[in-house]
Structures are given as C-alpha cells and as structure tokens.
Design a protein around this ligand. Structure first.
Ligand code: KG4
Length: 333
C-alpha cells in the first residue's frame, strides 16, 4: 500500500503574527496564511504584549479556516497539530498552544509543540528541497542571535549567542531613534542602500562565539543625538556593516571549530540585503555553500513551524495535551 501523506497544521502566535499553515510531508506548503498586527503595534513603536494576545484570539479561527480552504482540506485530513510553544510572549504563545491543544483533543490527533527557533531554521528546508543537516545556522531574529550547529533535524547545539540585545532588537531600536517606524529593520535596510559605509563603529570581540549588540546600538544612537544632521543613510549602512562583520567573524570561527562548510541563514534579520550579500561574498571567498530562506519565510510564519513539527513528529516527539507555553525556551530543550 502506498504510504499516506503526512499533513501537518502549523500554528504560529509567538509575537505579532497570527499564522496558520498546512504542510504536506514536511516541505510542501499547501497554504501559509499570515495575519500581521504590524499596523496595530506601529503606533506604539513596538509590540504591546497584551494587545498582541487579544488580536491573536480574534484572528486564530478565521486564519485557520482560510488556511484549510486554501489548502483544500478539511479538519479531518490533518494528521498532526503543531503549535509554537516558545520562545516568545507568553500571552501570545498561549493562544496558539491552547488552540492547538483544543484541536488535537477534538480531532484525536497528535499534538507536537514546536520551538520557534527550530521553525526559523526549518524555513530553509522549504526553500531548499535538497538541504539536509549537518550545517551551521546563523540565526538572527528579533529576539535571538545565535550560531546553531544543526547536527540532525532534531539534534542541535548552540555554539554562541548574544550576551545582551538580539540583532533585530538593535535594528529596531536604532531605527526608532532616527525616526523610522516599527519594525525598523526593513526600513534601515532600504535606507542603507542609498548610503556609504563612512562611519567606523567599534566591534565587539569575545574569545568564544558569543555576540554583543548593545554597544554598537548605543554608539549609533549617541552619534545621532550628538549630530542630528548626520546622513541617516550613511549611519544605517555603517551600522549594518559593523553588525555584519561581527556575524561573519563568528561564523568563520564556528567553521574552523566544526569543519562544517554548509552555512544556513535564518530569522527575520536574514532578510537584510547587506547581510545576505556579505554572506554570499564570504561563501565565494571560502568556497562555502550558503543557504538563505525565501524572503517571505524569513519573518514569522506557520509554514516553517509546520515543517519543524513534521521532523519532530517523525522523531516521535509527541507532546502531552497539557503542553504549556515556555517563553524562554532554548534550542536543545
Ligand atoms: O524572526 P522575526 O520575524 O521575529 C522573531 O522571531 O524574533 O524577526 C523580526 C525582526 C525584527 O527585529 C525586524 O526589524 C527584523 O527582523 N527584520 C529585518 C529585516 N526584515 C525584518 N532586519 C533587518 N533587515 C531586514 N530586511
């Protein structure tokens, strides 16, 4: 008998995107509906946790209905329910986790809680059908910056991480101070394309593979305060150049340490034009294979969660129906 396809319903509500996706056999995206709250949070200059939770509650059933319609399937056709259970905002996570638990109970289907960071990495399995572990992942998002050694689909080790701000946080804070709206990363990206990298910012160096972005963030903000007339495009590109050099220095150390020459970018900040192009150049100069997620899969979406959930399901990692949100969930837990 032909093996049946495995249909996973991915659910993502860790921050300000309510997203539901239908994924077939891990890498085929039948639907990926993303309902973003950016317009709602823009007026506050960042995500307001309680408002995010309330909006997830309002959106989740509607978004799920559209995801099923677009995939042309019914609830009964789903094999696995895979909500993000961390890391993220606790109230926001609880909406997706509770909804997933309810569905899994009502449909009598397995529940597989997904680590959001594994989801970001998995976005690359959807973009690159041939990609398989092992590889090194440069994970750069709004809440995290880490180098992850992906040994297998469900076996990962964090080799280095930020000691303070995540890189996306630094982008968003710099953007806010120079007058760009939330989320600032994409706006800095656009403005930087008109700039010159004329300002030298100090880089942080640690013996190990850790990062720090609060010093550079403060240096950029102080310079802008001292000299409000400074060319913002130059400021943006110089900032991008400094943080990208820090990423590249550490990824080179990770390559030396592990001998792995397959590099994968992941997370919202991996959409950045300068970072993508500098990693391409690094790949050419060191003969590395560089994988970048599709732009639409860089930021939060449920397709990547469904994909990560599929590999967790194959690994036998079924959650209890008491699954709870874990706001500080780490890779490897
Ligand atoms: O991965 P993500 O959607 O959320 C987390 O899981 O944290 O990342 C959001 C972050 C925000 O800080 C946003 O400003 C940043 O990704 N971002 C960018 C770009 N697009 C999104 N940063 C720099 N350049 C971009 N093009």
């Amino acid at each position: 008998m032909q093996k049946k396809d495995i249909i996973v319903l991915g659910i993502e509500t860790s921050c300000d995107e309510t997203s539901v996706a239908v994924i077939k056999n891990g890498r085929d995206v039948l639907s990926n509906i993303i309902d973003t709250q950016i317009k709602i949070h823009e007026q506050f200059g960042g995500v307001v946790p309680e408002i995010a939770s309330r909006n997830h509650i309002e959106a989740i059933s509607r978004v799920t209905k559209v995801a099923l319609e677009e995939a042309n399937i019914k609830f009964e056709d789903i094999d696995v329910i895979a909500p993000t259970y961390g890391p993220g905002l606790v109230g926001a996570l609880l909406v997706g986790v509770s909804y997933g638990r309810g569905l899994a109970y009502a449909l009598n289907k397995p529940l597989v809680g997904v680590n959001h960071l594994e989801g970001h990495i998995a976005a690359n399995y959807i973009t690159h059908r041939d990609l398989e572990p092992p590889f090194l992942c440069m994970l750069t998002s709004g809440g995290n910056t880490q180098i992850v050694y992906v040994k297998n689909y469900c076996d990962m080790e964090v080799l280095g991480k930020t000691r303070d701000d995540a890189i996306g946080e630094a982008f968003d804070k710099v953007a806010r101070v120079i007058g760009l709206t939330y989320p600032g990363g994409p706006k800095i990206d656009k403005l930087a394309q008109e700039g010159q990298p004329s300002i030298d910012f100090p880089k942080t160096h640690f013996e190990n593979l850790d990062f720090s972005f609060s010093g550079i963030k403060t240096a950029v903000i102080n310079l802008h305060h001292k000299n409000p007339e400074i060319n913002k495009a130059d400021l943006c590109l110089s900032f991008e150049k400094a943080v990208t050099e820090e990423l590249i220095d550490n990824i080179k150390k990770a390559i030396n340490q592990t001998g792995i020459k397959k590099i994968v970018l992941a997370g919202g900040v991996s959409a950045n034009t300068h970072i993508r192009s500098e990693f391409e150049k690094l790949g050419e100069s060191l003969n590395l294979k560089i994988y970048k997620p599709d732009l639409k899969l860089c930021t939060d979406n449920a397709a990547m969660i469904g994909c990560a959930g599929y590999y967790r399901f194959l690994n036998g990692d079924i959650s209890e129906n008491t699954l709870n949100a874990v706001p500080n969930l780490k890779i490897g837990e």
